[in-house]
Write a protein that binds this ligand. Structure first.
Ligand code: SF4
Length: 403
């Protein structure tokens, strides 16, 4: 893992983004914001799943009118997602949202963008400024549109990254003019390679914190790989201060996968059981898939500690994984050997493996609660969050070549 890149820090309500703060996990509600009860319920589900911030769309006045009630009931800071209508941004700011997502490119009048910036500056509300592959090419000005399309013709990926940087430069000039620097940047594409290139280039050019995401990634079954390829690569390279995984599905799944990604990379402390299991092969002599599924289900419903549990199929890798887990089993012909914190405990028959493993998990959890044991995840994991931020960077741009 590369140490995290130092950035400026912005504050969205109770959540700090960048400047060494832990990578913030965010998601977005999928329902209508003006359906207040349903929106609050969805915000709460996302927060319970682990979201640090939740974004809501405010396309209509009735959506911003719903914000005070939603904000009052939300356990996490709320971000207003604004497109096209600057009035929605102004209403959301007055309602007290913690952050605004704004694409200056789709707000027609520059004066209106400046008014939004001034209102945010007055209330210390950060703005996420984004460029998105789907909407980056100019639509209103035909000449400019033709020029931008032409710039993408030869080498689409490189051309798109250049265009993203050029647009961000253009937008940020407005923010510079207003001396407003509570900015978070984003540059999303459906192609993970472009996402990696774009954020790498942006991180070399600006010291603003970055919001990572792969846009329109699709359903979790396909979008998961697309998203993790890009976000995992960037985070491992020290780039990224807040993330959103976006799926065409219940957004709780975005939060679950985002949380797991951050836990896997040591960027977030694990709070729930971690299950390690072998893939099974021709050496297997028990029904391992069923055992793994049953253990996973039971752990999720019964154990609230970050206990590391291993379920292994045979002696090849079983003992090694068992010794590194809190509670583990490795199977042999019709039986399994249980380990607890590296020590062999007992041998059980195949039909008793699930119950015996869970009994050991519960017993260990009780010992942890009494302060008599420490979990592997508490001693192995890198510290939560990020390295010390050091001093706050003072420059807005880094002196690197534009391209
Ligand atoms: S632990 Fe044993 S059964 Fe499982 S994949 Fe490895 S060799 Fe195969």
């Amino acid at each position: 893992m590369t140490p995290r890149r130092k950035t400026r820090q912005v504050t969205a309500g109770t959540v700090k983004i960048g400047g060494g703060a832990p990578v913030a996990l965010q998601s977005m509600t999928s329902g209508y914001t003006h359906e207040i009860d349903a929106c609050i319920a969805e915000v709460r589900r996302l927060a319970s799943a682990g979201a640090d911030l939740v974004r809501v769309a405010v396309p209509e006045k009735r959506d911003t009118e719903a914000l005070p009630e939603i904000l009052a009931a939300s356990p996490v800071p709320i971000i207003a997602d604004v497109h096209f209508h600057y009035e929605r941004a102004m209403e959301a700011i007055r309602a007290g949202v913690a952050k605004i997502r704004l694409n200056p490119g789709n707000i027609q009048d520059r004066k209106q963008v400046m008014r939004v910036i001034a209102a945010c500056k007055e209330r210390n509300i950060p703005i996420r400024v984004g460029v998105n592959e789907g909407g980056i090419v100019e639509r209103r000005n035909k000449q400019q549109r033709a020029a931008e399309q032409h710039s993408l013709a030869d080498d689409y990926s490189a051309g798109l990254v250049r265009l993203m940087l050029a647009k961000l430069d253009e937008y940020l000039r407005m923010f510079d003019e207003a001396d407003f620097h509570d900015v978070v940047l984003a540059a999303k594409s459906i192609d993970p390679r472009i996402v990696i290139d774009a954020y790498t280039a942006i991180s070399a050019r600006y010291d603003y914190p970055l919001h990572l995401g792969v846009t329109h990634a699709g359903p979790p079954e396909t979008g998961r790989i697309r998203s993790i390829a890009a976000l995992g690569t960037l985070l491992a390279g020290g780039i990224g201060d807040t993330i959103r995984i976006s799926y065409a599905a219940d957004p709780v799944r975005e939060v679950e996968d985002g949380k797991e990604l951050l836990c896997c990379l040591g960027l977030r402390p694990r709070t729930e059981p971690e299950l390690i299991a072998c893939p099974s092969c021709g050496r297997i002599e028990v029904d391992l898939f069923k055992l793994v599924a049953d253990v996973r289900h039971k752990l999720a419903s019964e154990i609230t500690l970050p206990i590391k549990v291993a379920v292994m199929g045979c002696v090849v890798n079983g003992p090694g994984e068992c010794e590194g887990a809190d509670v583990a089993i490795f199977a042999g012909r019709g039986k399994g050997i249980i380990y607890v914190q590296g020590e062999k405990k007992r041998t059980v028959s195949e039909d008793a493996m699930l119950d015996a493993l869970l009994a050991e998990c519960r017993a260990l959890a009780e010992r942890v609660a009494r302060g008599e044991a420490t979990l592997k995840n508490a001693t192995d994991a890198p510290p939560a969050g990020a390295p010390s931020p050091g001093s706050r960077p003072s420059g807005r741009r880094l002196p690197l070549a534009r391209g």
